[in-house]
Design a binder for this molecule. Sequence first.
Ligand code: ATR
Length: 279
Amino acid sequence: MPTYVGIMGWPVSHSRSPAMHNAAFQALGMDWRYLFLPVAPDDVEEAVCGLRALRFAGANVTVPHKRAVIPALDRVTVEARAIGAVNTIVNRDGVLEGHNTDAIGFLRALREAGFEPRGCRAVVLGAGGAARAIVYTLLAAKATVTVVNRTLSRARHLAEELGALFRVHIPTLPLSAGPALQTALAKADLLVNATSVGMAPNVDASPLPDGVTIPPTLTLYETIYTPRETALMGQAHRAGARVIGGLGMLLHQGAVAFELWTATSPPLEVMRRAIEAEL
Ligand code: ATR
């Protein structure tokens, strides 16, 4: 009998994770299967309990369930609880553990691209689950963070919670505050787009308001990986800034999940090629 894992989301058919993990299992000759698990919002709790009943080794969790799964789990890591989102569930003999591998995935992706976040000054666009994992990682690396979001109250909420945890003040701005955002960018080393603006099919959209430019000294980390080059990445390239695409975070969050489930070192290059083929 194969061992099963999968990804819960709604919708989930766009996910690249099945291709990435199945390629890894195949490359290592492991009798494991990674399935698409479409789960409607009302069924989240039952679906999580189903992992136990069906003896799955675990699962990934994606939009919109990353927060909703938490009450159904037996244990949640300190990090995932602080971030408020679980993207990986591990079934340890019927005890369901919640992890957030987006946070460490982001850190590994940054470092792999040669950017050391320790002590840097970062501006993060967005205040959803992805932004929370990224802000957590940056604060843990002793970076200074400004959070910018369309809905200011959401940015403030994130800043208050994570600021209290790390005992730092996190300035916030609305995305519409062009001049203040420009000033923040002028002082920053790193800009992270953790909004969904620019994701296919809205490939011409950029999260930056009109008139705001990217300083050439900045490094842009784009979390979106479809398209491979977003409008914002184009702006940054034209400005002469360094640009890191979102594929690395997808790869590394998956690699950490793979290791948690299998206790086996993940075949990174196989997984990278599988995502690239999908894209
Ligand atoms: P995820 O968990 O993937 O981060 P999310 O919680 O839906 O997803 O967050 C999406 C982010 O993109 C939010 O920061 C959202 O801003 P709001 O908090 O104001 O909703 C941002 N976003 C989505 N569409 C946007 C748009 N058209 N303009 C600006 N920001 C947008």
